[in-house]
Design a protein around this ligand. Structure first.
Ligand SMILES: NC(=O)c1ccc[n+]([C@@H]2O[C@H](COP(=O)([O-])OP(=O)(O)OC[C@H]3O[C@@H](n4cnc5c(N)ncnc54)[C@H](O)[C@@H]3O)[C@@H](O)[C@H]2O)c1
Length: 364
């Protein structure tokens, strides 16, 4: 039997609750398949760890994570620890150290999921955001001069390398080609006259190698408006680190809310482990009360299965989530229900078991 070694970082706030449910689902799938199993190793890193030891993760944390096939992360951040520390010393450290330069965020309105836009349904909102994940506006380059003085100055530089920009654009073209979809680039070349003009130029250059992929290019402000007014026009989307971060929260809002938004941080060359996480934060306002929606974490578990080559099971999970949303019997409060986090996880496990039984019976 094959064993997949997965590092689990539950993190802070609602992180541990939602990750528990994802692990439950992954174990159920493995137990029904019989040919593989998961070996989960949990790391206690995060803000509580910081409060105790003055650091977000062990000094050799990155070395230790290297031996795993994938990382499954809840969320980090908690009042008392500045957000830039929790983000930079754990999440961004892992993304950068492991060159997870592709951030895949599906913005898919599943049937039954709430959508604040009128006159749009699940056929109209089905985008795949591919966000640059290691440089751009989040490169961490800058300075803080004359701190606290009258002439105080801060500099936050964006970094767009040819290698970094070209590889994310190429990755997006490959996905669009494989899926037979259009590719939209989102940038801001009119105002950001170096970085985004460069981005647009590389989008055009790389595009010449993919003549069969139909492309569009929008300014980020126009794209934000169009995602609301005409979401159907977006299929595969490629954009920079900051723009992708903001637009995918907007995307989450039109595709069921943060409780349903998942993200994968991929190192496509598989030199290092990739990381899977819900895109929401640690939600301190509802932490520890079993009020959190675990569906985003469960959706990211389905991305983990896709990454390990079990796409059929990734689909099984999404089908179960959709069934749950359509039936509306077992939902957390953010989706208008009164069920607990673990009740939702249990229900997904039951749906998966019965769907896989049906599949098995059909096969026999
Ligand atoms: N990837 C990450 O680890 C990540 C991402 C974003 C924010 N953060 C951190 O999380 C902390 C809180 O940030 P925030 O409040 O801006 O964002 P948040 O995503 O934690 O919460 C925003 C709102 O959405 C709700 N919400 C979020 N996830 C939910 C879920 N699964 N089920 C039900 N409701 C949910 C929260 O209750 C809150 O009202 C901060 O410390 C921030 O830095 C971490």
């Amino acid at each position: 039997m094959k064993t997949h070694k997965i590092a689990v970082i539950p993190g802070d706030g609602i992180g541990p609750e939602v990750i528990n449910e994802g692990v439950k689902v992954l174990n159920k799938i493995a137990s029904l398949d019989h040919t593989f199993q998961f070996e989960f190793t949990s790391f206690p890193w995060g803000c509580e760890y910081y409060a105790r030891y003055g650091k977000m993760m062990d000094d050799d944390g990155i070395e230790r994570l290297k031996e795993f096939e994938a990382i499954y992360l809840g969320a980090v951040g908690f009042p008392g620890v500045p957000d830039h520390i929790s983000l930079w010393d754990l999440l961004l450290k892992i993304r950068k150290s492991f060159d997870q330069y592709v951030n895949i965020r599906p913005i898919t309105l599943l049937k039954g999921a709430p959508c604040p836009l009128v006159n749009f349904n699940s056929e109209d909102i089905n985008m795949l955001f591919i966000r640059e994940n290691t440089e751009g506006e989040y490169a961490g380059a800058g300075d803080w001069l004359y701190r606290g003085k009258e002439n105080e100055v801060v500099l936050q530089n964006s970094v767009f390398s040819r290698k970094g920009t070209e590889r994310i654009i190429r990755y997006a073209f490959e996905v669009a080609l494989k899926q037979g979809k259009t590719l939209t680039s989102i940038s801001k070349g009119n105002a950001l006259n170096y970085s985004m003009v460069f981005w647009d130029q590389l989008f055009e250059e790389v595009g010449k190698e993919y003549p069969s992929v139909k492309t569009y290019s929008y300014l980020v402000d126009a794209a934000a408006m169009l995602m609301i007014k005409d979401p159907k026009r977006f299929e595969v989307v490629v954009t920079s680190n900051l723009f992708g971060d903001i637009l995918t929260d907007l995307g989450a809002a039109i595709a069921g809310g943060l409780g349903l938004a998942a993200g994968a941080n991929i190192n496509p060359e598989r030199v290092y482990p990739s990381m899977f996480e819900p895109i929401h934060g640690s939600a301190p306002d509802i932490a520890g009360k079993q009020l959190s929606n675990p569906l985003a974490a469960i959706w990211s578990a389905s991305q983990l299965l896709d990454h390990l080559g079990y796409e059929q099971y990734g689909k099984v999970i999404l089908t179960a989530i959709e069934q749950l949303l359509i039936e509306k019997n077992v939902l957390t409060p953010d989706l208008g229900g009164s069920s607990s986090t673990s009740e939702v996880g249990d229900c997904i496990v039951e749906l998966i078991a019965s769907n896989m039984n049906v599949l098995q019976t059909q096969k026999n």
